[in-house]
Design a protein around this ligand. Structure first.
Ligand code: ADP
Length: 540
């Protein structure tokens, strides 16, 4: 039984394309030059081995077949010397092995000369029932011994480095791949290239030994490039480009019937080469850009974390003195430190309001990181928004009076306003709206409005007669740290209030937004789904 020749043809083609793809991947990867060079040489030797052994099986003519198979065999010892050099280079111990490697090269060269030109290793071949059978020469054991010797050395080097305590886990995992690949290659060759033909005269499965080489080379390439190899698109693109290139080459060389055809097909191949190169290069560039972007994103995330940490530490340090100031100011205003004049009281009330604003700002700074990272535990419960609106109204009445602004609370008659939220957090949102409205409005009024736009939703609005906000600014308003440029420096603010409000409202399943026109005031609103406490109404 022989291997179907068309299948062999496809396998050989795929092996060649894979080899080309591997060389391109390794050569363009971020690796040491020596490693690249050795790998490229190994792949070239693989091409010679696999292709000529295939050609020998294909020609079916003893004279040419003998030449082919001898050339195929002649490169094998060199391939194993290179394997040894490759592993020493990969493990960064090449300096220790320099002498042995240099000594091994002539051995490889010796075989390169002996095998093709003498009958010492391969005495002759014959095609018996279409299968190529080899008659070994007297030195064939020297050949096998050499191959086994370098395989064993490679194993020893890999295993000893693997057991070395100083070897990093990453290198260890690469060594594991190399060991697995080497074992596979060794076993396949021991069975199909040595065991079966030499001892049992089974020659027709011989090619499996050859083909295992590409698997081994793929594993090597994977082991040394891992992260780059992970860019599967590059490898796929390279592979496809190589397959196409190999087809064109084969077509030009083997299937041309006359000189003209060879020329045209070669021209097509020549035209194809830069195109294939561009294709692969573009894919590669794109992947590199993506990787760079990922790296930058990670850096930014890290910087964002550092900044958040700094803000939270600074805010934390500020909160204690601000709280102390608030306590003392309240005591003095309430007359606990003796009576004070009306004007002094008013001044102190202003100071207290400013202090409150600072406390809110510091709280926002502390909250933002915790909310973003989900480190906050929400105590959700059924809450009537009208209650929160009334509390906020009372809290800001004085501030509105001090600014000569009218503060209004408009609650739609029969409004259904029960929602399921964290009470304190929703209170914070209303306060953020209200303090902004009062802060940015110089004259007119501020209205808190509660209504039901539909049966399922309750809406709270804080409407002011302030400067208004342009359409363009409105889009960015709810972003972290965003402040309208003209307000920066003029008013105290962090650009966090609206951002936090958005996070919270979204967390509670609602929507938040603003309607505004420059010069016509602003209407900041949020909507939440109505959730009625069934057990409560049941009791009534
Ligand atoms: P802060 O007020 O601390 O700067 P916010 O996130 O609460 O942060 O607000 C972001 C920005 O939105 C403010 O800096 C201000 O420029 C603008 N803004 C908020 N509310 C109003 C409003 N009612 N009228 C006009 N501009 C406002």
């Amino acid at each position: 039984m022989t291997f179907p020749s068309s299948l062999s043809q496809i396998i050989v083609l795929v092996i060649n394309a894979t080899g080309a793809a591997l060389v391109i991947t390794v050569i363009t990867g971020k690796l040491r030059n020596l490693l690249k060079v050795i790998f490229a040489f190994m792949t070239v030797l693989m091409f010679i081995w696999v292709d000529l052994a295939y050609a020998a099986r294909l020609v079916g003519e003893a004279d040419r077949g003998l030449v082919y198979i001898r050339i195929a065999w002649s490169v094998t010892p060199m391939l194993f010397v290179l394997l040894y050099a490759f592993i020493a280079t990969f493990l960064r111990i090449v300096h220790k092995h320099k002498f042995y490697i240099l000594f091994s090269l002539p051995v490889g060269i010796l075989f390169l000369l002996i095998i093709p030109f003498t009958d010492l290793v391969i005495a002759d071949i014959a095609y018996i029932n279409g299968t190529l059978e080899i008659k070994y020469g007297s030195l064939v054991w020297f050949f096998f011994a050499q191959v086994a010797f370098y395989t064993i050395i490679s194993f020893i080097l890999l295993i000893s480095q693997y057991r070395n305590k100083e070897t990093s886990p990453e290198i260890k995992s690469r060594i594991r791949y190399l060991l697995a690949g080497l074992t596979f290659f060794f076993v396949m060759n021991a069975i199909f290239n040595i065991g079966l033909p030499v001892f049992l005269q089974v020659f027709h499965l011989y090619e499996f030994g050859d083909y295992s080489l590409i698997v081994f080379l793929t594993i090597i390439a994977y082991a040394i490039t891992t992260n780059q190899f992970a860019r599967i698109q590059v490898v796929t693109a390279t592979f496809l480009a190589s397959v196409l290139g190999s087809f064109l080459l084969l077509d030009a060389v083997m299937f041309s019937t006359n000189y003209e055809q060879t020329l045209t097909k070669s021209l097509i191949l020549l035209l194809y080469i830069p195109f294939g190169y561009l294709l692969v290069n573009n894919v590669k560039k794109e992947i590199e850009q993506r990787e760079q972007l990922e790296e930058l994103t990670n850096k930014l995330k890290h910087m964002d974390n550092v900044k958040n940490e700094f803000i939270s530490v600074a805010a934390h340090e500020l909160r204690a003195p601000l709280t102390a100031i608030k306590g003392y100011l309240s005591m003095v205003i309430d007359g606990d430190a003796g009576s004070i004049s009306k004007q002094a009281k008013e001044f102190l009330q202003d100071s207290l309001l400013s202090n409150e604003r600072m406390i809110r700002l510091v709280n926002n700074m502390l909250d933002v990181g915790r909310i973003e990272e989900g480190r906050i535990i929400y105590q959700e419960d059924y809450v009537k928004i009208s209650e929160l609106a009334k509390i906020a109204y009372a809290e800001f009445k004085l501030e509105a009076e001090r600014k000569n602004l009218t503060l209004e609370l408009v609650i739609q008659e029969g409004v259904v306003d029960e929602v399921f939220v964290d009470r304190d957090r929703l209170h914070e949102v209303i306060i953020n709206f209200l303090s902004n409205a009062l802060k940015y409005t110089d004259e007119g009024k501020v209205t808190i409005k509660l209504s039901n736009p539909n049966k399922k939703t309750v809406k709270l609005e804080v409407i002011d007669t302030g400067p208004g906000i342009s359409q363009h600014e409105q889009k960015k308003l709810f972003n972290k740290f965003y402040r309208i440029r003209s307000d920066v420096g003029k008013t105290i603010g962090s650009g966090l209030g609206l951002y936090i409000s958005k996070l919270l409202i979204q967390k509670f399943g609602g929507n938040i937004g603003v309607e505004s026109k420059p010069g016509r005031g602003s209407d900041f609103w949020f909507e939440l789904p109505i959730k009625i406490n069934k057990s409560d109404t049941g009791n009534l």
